[in-house]
Design a protein around this ligand. Structure first.
Ligand code: PLP
Length: 447
């Protein structure tokens, strides 16, 4: 299967981009010169009629693909009944059904309660507030490389790129960042083998942070992306995650997992944390939960989500159309797309491994992931020097060649298509990627 190619971006796209540039907030650049007209499954078309394979899925959000007929029908049917009533004041069944469903798939054995909101950042805000309220403590531990969102509380936990924080200080006090397990780039400066054998990230929390910076008894929560997303699709060692749980248990700290990007079946399990044999206390969800309709959620152990009436609320959160879309999304994922994510993701990883032989930028690179959350970190040499420019060029050339693919971290490319993607489309996208990387490497003088 091929992809139609004409000039990208075309005349109509360029005209819309020019108008956007004069009116929209400049904070959202740099963006890619792609202007969507429509989408279907894991393919999209621009306003000039060009076709693309979509390995980006709206930043890992179009979980069931573009315009899945069941999702479209659920949205239309709900829109024809009522669009909004404010769940803070009145009740509606579609919201209850969704909460029940999310409670059923919560990654802990205890009964769960659910709070619905509109986005990932809002879910993180709710989790911070809940942790502070429940523990009556105010410090929070987050990780370098983490991305938790852009609102002030979530931004305070984010430590992915300084441009996201610069100009907004002072942020919410009480946040302490510590290194995340990543033997490929150990932040403690240790060799990969030593780090793999014995990661010191968790002992750093106990031996340094708790002894020199903040008492353990003042820490409300540790917030963890079970697989770092914007930070570069980094999969930590299971022991690291298990040790974090042990620290939480020992000092009465809550473990919050931010599954905004990694959750809802993307990694081949409902939640990425389930790959590590650890049960969290609070889960943050958004992105793929409603196939692209705005919805966020926190799912917490029942005894933790015990805050009183009025402690937290939202006008739009748990919007009925988003809830209807989410219910269908969860069914589709359970009935096959979660397994498909595991299968296609494994295939993508294998194919990328094979590509190491003919791509210098992959030869010493990091290829890692779970399910359809796969990252390929491009590097220039054995010392793992990030191939940042090359990665940026790959994103651009891929677009010209008919593939939407996003970066993450300093020099990683992420493969996070819709969970429904067919093998045929995966193959077509990987062929474009292979050719695109060859072009970029040639341009950079690596080939
Ligand atoms: C792990 C994680 N948490 C939170 C967010 C913020 O989500 P939103 O953009 O919906 O506010 C993101 C967004 O990329 C994310 O990847």
């Amino acid at each position: 299967m091929s992809v139609d190619t004409t000039v990208r971006p075309g005349v109509k796209a360029r005209e819309i981009i020019a108008r956007d540039t004069t009116t929209m907030s400049g904070s959202m650049v740099p963006r890619y010169p792609f202007v969507i007209e429509r989408g279907l499954g894991a393919r999209v078309w621009d306003v000039d009629g060009n076709e693309y394979i979509d390995f980006a899925a709206g930043i890992a959000t179009n979980s069931t693909g573009h315009c899945h007929p069941d999702v479209v029908r659920a949205i239309q049917e709900q829109a024809a009944k009522f669009v909004h009533i404010a769940g803070t004041d009145y009740y509606y069944e579609v919201q209850v059904r969704l909460a029940e469903r999310l409670a059923q798939i919560a990654p802990f054995s205890e009964a769960a309660r659910v709070f619905l909101c509109n986005s990932g950042a809002e879910a993180v805000e709710a989790a911070i507030k809940m942790a502070r309220w429940y523990t009556d403590r105010h410090n929070i531990i987050a990780f370098f490389g983490a991305f938790h969102g852009r609102t002030m509380g979530a931004l305070s936990l984010t430590a992915s790129k300084v441009v996201q924080r610069d100009g907004f200080f002072p942020l919410v006090p009480g946040v302490h960042h510590v290194p995340y397990n990543n033997p490929y780039r150990c932040l403690h400066g240790r060799e990969q083998a030593a780090c793999e054998a014995n990661c010191i990230c968790t002992s750093y929390i106990e031996d340094v942070l708790f002894k020199k910076v903040v008492p353990a008894e003042s820490v409300a929560a540790i917030i963890l992306e079970p697989i770092q997303g914007e930070g570069g699709y980094v999969v930590p060692d299971a022991r690291f995650v298990q040790q974090l749980r042990a620290i939480c248990d020992h000092y009465g700290i809550l473990l919050i997992v931010d599954e905004v990007q990694s959750g809802i079946g993307r990694t081949g399990k409902w939640w990425a944390i389930q790959h590590f044999g650890v049960e969290p206390d609070i889960v943050c969800s958004a992105k793929g939960i409603a196939s692209g309709m705005p919805l966020g959620a926190i799912i917490a152990r029942e005894h933790v989500m015990s805050w009183p009436p009025g402690a937290h609320g939202t006008t739009f959160g748990g919007n009925p159309i988003s809830c209807a879309a989410a219910l269908v999304t969860l069914d589709l994922i359970e009935r096959g797309y979660m397994q498909n994510a595991a299968d296609q993701g494994e295939y993508i990883m294998e194919t990328l491994e094979e590509m190491r032989t003919h791509h210098p930028a992959l030869k010493h690179g990091r290829i890692d992931g779970r399910g359809l959350m796969v990252g390929a970190e491009l590097v220039l040499d054995e010392a793992h020097t990030p191939a940042k420019e090359l990665r940026n060029r790959v994103e651009r050339i891929a677009l010209e060649n008919g593939l939407l693919i996003l970066g993450a971290g300093e020099s990683t490319l992420r493969f996070c298509p819709a969970l429904m993607i067919e093998r045929e489309t995966v193959d077509a996208g990987l062929r474009i990627f292979d050719e695109t990387l060859r072009q970029a490497e040639q341009e950079a003088g690596l080939l």
